[in-house]
Ligand binder design. Structure first.
Ligand code: ADP
Ligand code: MG
Length: 481
């Protein structure tokens, strides 16, 4: 299935959106979004990933995209999902999430009209419309076999495993711990294991509330109750988000009891112990406390090391690349990212992504830049001075000329460019930037930033230059990131 029709100029694509809008207000122009992402993320990333995404269908508040492999989906989700969603939201505010569907063997070269989706594909897609089924999307990549165990998570792991072996009389099982420590991973593992011969329901507390409210509105309460009370295993993720709404808690409490009565297993996760939950009825909290309560602690050094090594091996196997990340860098990461396994995994993803784009492994200095926001490093290699020097060299003007008050055109653009880059690459305030550019007023700084922002949108060669400069400043390299 092809959605992206190449060969259209961006302008034409834009016109299409306008036409589409007049017919159906909500139609997204996917090729336009892709081209925006191209200028945002650079040609390399666009060619490697973004280009490979097709739009399958738009729904009220989410959209369904497709890629050809699970790996591409996972890669895109871990690295670019936020930017994709942001860009989509610019065109359609009510989109709040993105779903992916794997469509293998896409025949990219076949000529098809923009919205020709095959009948079978519509059938496959339609399950997503069935909102009840949405709850059961257990992530097959999160299993016991790729959950690494250390002293910080051993108890939670063992309790989860026991539940699946039916040897547990602990009901409910309540797992709690901080963000990114593996709660959802464990719940998925349990779900996956038990799904083989039991009716499993996996739902986040947020979705439970959403569905509850929706069922009331559409007079579907009976169906809702039946559906939940019919399960053998109920997994509820992030119960701390289920707060407020007395009627809903009432319903939850009854469902909970009905399930326990009929011997169904309930597993709950939260970011805090039961007694610390806010705005949840006491009797529900005490029900939670009545089973087995286990916690996951921050990962210890050995576990962090284990996860890093494993992730790297996983990538090496995937790409058959020779990815020899130095011990120095592994040590650096495991010593700096200590409180969150999700960020640890994210850090490795970025290193791998860098090495694939540049065809070399990052050194320690580059690693610090790549992981800057994760590490919260105070040391910042990007200085106003280095920006000015690099921009002057690029436009072949002298620093004196850049900092002078002369307004010749050949000086104004480079000056504005340097100001713009300072704004986006450093945390300096507008007055601070003004001072470094010969005491210019902060309104001049704003004007420069806005001018370059507009030019970047209108003028591809200008945009290219900015990307090049950005990469020289950040990575000492001209290629786009
Ligand atoms: P939480 O639900 O506690 O916020 P997640 O279960 O979503 O955290 O975990 C965050 C990420 O870290 C996921 O990609 C998960 O697969 C990974 N992860 C967490 N703990 C482990 C572990 N012990 N072994 C392997 N991967 C883990
Ligand atoms: Mg979670």
């Amino acid at each position: 299935m092809i959605i992206y029709v190449s060969g259209l100029s961006p302008k034409k694509k834009m016109n299409n959106t306008i036409i589409n809008k007049s017919i159906q207000k909500t139609n997204l122009d996917w090729s336009l979004i892709q081209s925006e992402l191209k200028s945002k993320l650079g040609t390399n990333i666009y060619d490697s990933w973004i280009k490979k995404i097709d739009l399958v269908e738009e729904f009220n508040n989410y959209i369904l995209l497709s890629v050809s492999t699970r790996f591409i989906r996972d890669w895109i989700t871990s690295r670019y999902l936020d930017q994709i969603l942001q860009t989509i939201k610019k065109h359609k505010k009510q989109i709040i999430r993105i779903e992916f569907k794997i469509i293998e063997n896409k025949e990219k070269n076949e000529k098809k009209s923009t919205f020709s989706i095959k009948k079978e594909e519509i059938d496959k897609v339609s399950f997503i419309k069935d909102s009840y089924l949405q709850y059961n999307r257990i992530d097959p990549n999160k299993r016991f076999t790729n959950f690494f165990i250390g002293s910080s998570n051993k108890i939670a792991y063992e309790a989860s495993l026991k539940v699946t072996e039916n040897t547990s009389h602990y009901n409910p099982l309540y797992i709690y711990g901080g963000v990114g420590l593996g709660k959802t991973h464990l719940l998925n593992s349990i779900g996956h294991e038990m799904d083989k011969n039991k009716k499993v329901m996996f739902i986040s507390a947020e979705r439970f509330m959403y569905q509850f409210v929706k069922s009331i509105k559409s007079n579907d309460m009976v169906k809702f109750k039946e559906f939940f009370r019919n399960t053998d295993v109920l997994l509820i993720d992030d119960i701390q988000f289920m707060n407020g709404k007395e009627v809903m808690q009432e319903e939850f409490f009854h469902t909970f009891n009905a399930l326990l009565d009929k011997g169904s297993q309930i597993i709950v996760s939260a970011d805090r112990p039961p007694n610390k939950l806010l705005r949840i009825q006491e009797r529900i909290k005490s029900r939670f406390s009545g089973g087995l309560v286990v916690d996951i602690q921050k990962p210890e050094y050995d576990l962090r090391k284990k996860i890093i090594d494993h992730k790297i091996t996983e990538f090496v196997n995937l790409y058959s690349d020779n990815l020899k990340i130095s011990e120095e860098i592994k040590d650096f990461i495991s010593n700096k990212i200590t409180t969150n396994i999700r960020e640890l995994v994210g850090a490795i993803n970025r290193i791998v992504s860098f090495s694939r784009i540049y065809n070399k492994l990052p050194n320690l200095a580059e690693t610090k830049i790549i992981l800057k926001d994760l590490l919260n490093l105070s040391e910042n290699n990007v200085t106003i001075d280095s920006i000015q020097t690099i921009v002057c060299k690029f436009f072949k003007i002298s620093k004196n000329e850049m900092l002078s008050s002369r307004r010749s055109r050949y000086l104004v653009r480079p000056r504005q460019t340097a100001i713009y880059l300072t704004k986006i690459l450093t945390t300096k305030s507008l007055p601070e930037i003004g001072r470094e550019f010969s005491n210019r007023d902060h309104t001049t700084i704003i004007h420069s930033v806005k001018t370059i922002e507009k030019l970047r949108e209108k003028d591809p060669s200008m945009n290219d230059n900015i990307n090049k400069l950005k990469n020289i400043i950040l990575y000492n390299k001209e290629n786009e990131v």
